[in-house]
Design a protein around this ligand. Structure first.
Ligand code: ZN
Length: 225
């Protein structure tokens, strides 16, 4: 049932189409209707704003419908507050670098809001946490040195995997470009390229983490019957 009558705060009924997706968690849902108000705005449009509760994230959101004289909706004008989609990371990766996951998603939100100058710096910072946490995981005795060293030196001295090394080095170059007054790589979309490279690094790191996890699984002894 995606279309239905709802009872507004004045007791009247309005025919609306239920939002198909929660604007906060972006999951397709059948929202629970809570409250609605019908009013005329300054442009003399007849509107109905309804409040719903998402059964998945359990937060409230609001949808505004343009309605006709018969109190039937014409279309849904807006639905919010819109929250940016977040990237879901592999559980092994979340364990070794929760800060990377957090910073990457903040950069993604900045990018979603059109803050191109800020998000590049965010991706550069995310890269630093990803690489350093990955290196600390593989070299726990070097933790203090890795924490204090420049990212470029960490990449040069500690990364053995040639794939991750190339990708991390070039992502750092592009990331540094985002933080400096003068751009060196002004002939490419550095933010988009950094994101693609970071995702490629994630592929290799997540594969290594999965292999390490698989190596921990021991054969179970068969029970004698
Ligand atoms: Zn939701």
């Amino acid at each position: 049932m995606s279309e239905r009558y709802i009872k507004t705060d004045s007791g009247s009924s309005v025919y609306i189409s239920l939002p198909k997706e929660c604007p906060r968690c972006h999951i397709g849902i059948q929202p629970n209707y809570l409250y609605a108000h019908v009013y005329e705005n300054a442009n003399h449009q007849n509107l109905c704003t309804a409040i719903f509760k998402c059964p998945v994230c359990e937060d409230l959101f609001m949808a505004t419908f343009l309605i006709d004289k018969m109190r039937h909706y014409i279309f849904m004008k807006e639905c919010g507050p819109a929250e940016e989609k977040r990237k879901e990371f592999d559980t092994n990766l979340q364990k070794i670098s929760p800060k990377f996951c957090e910073i990457y998603n903040e950069a993604l939100i900045a990018e979603g809001k059109g803050l191109r100058e800020i998000c590049g710096i965010g991706y550069r910072k995310a890269l630093e946490f990803l690489i350093k946490d990955y290196l600390i995981e593989n070299n726990p005795s070097e933790k203090e040195t890795i924490k204090k060293s420049y990212l470029g030196k960490c990449i040069k001295d500690y990364i053995d995997d040639p794939n991750i090394k190339t990708l991390a080095e070039k992502t750092a170059w592009l990331g540094n470009d985002e933080t400096h007054f003068l751009r060196t790589y002004d002939d490419m979309d550095t933010v988009e390229t950094m994101k693609r490279f970071i995702n490629a690094i994630l592929y290799f790191i997540e594969t290594q983490l999965a292999i390490a996890e698989a190596g921990q699984i021991q054969p179970k002894k068969q029970k004698k019957s």
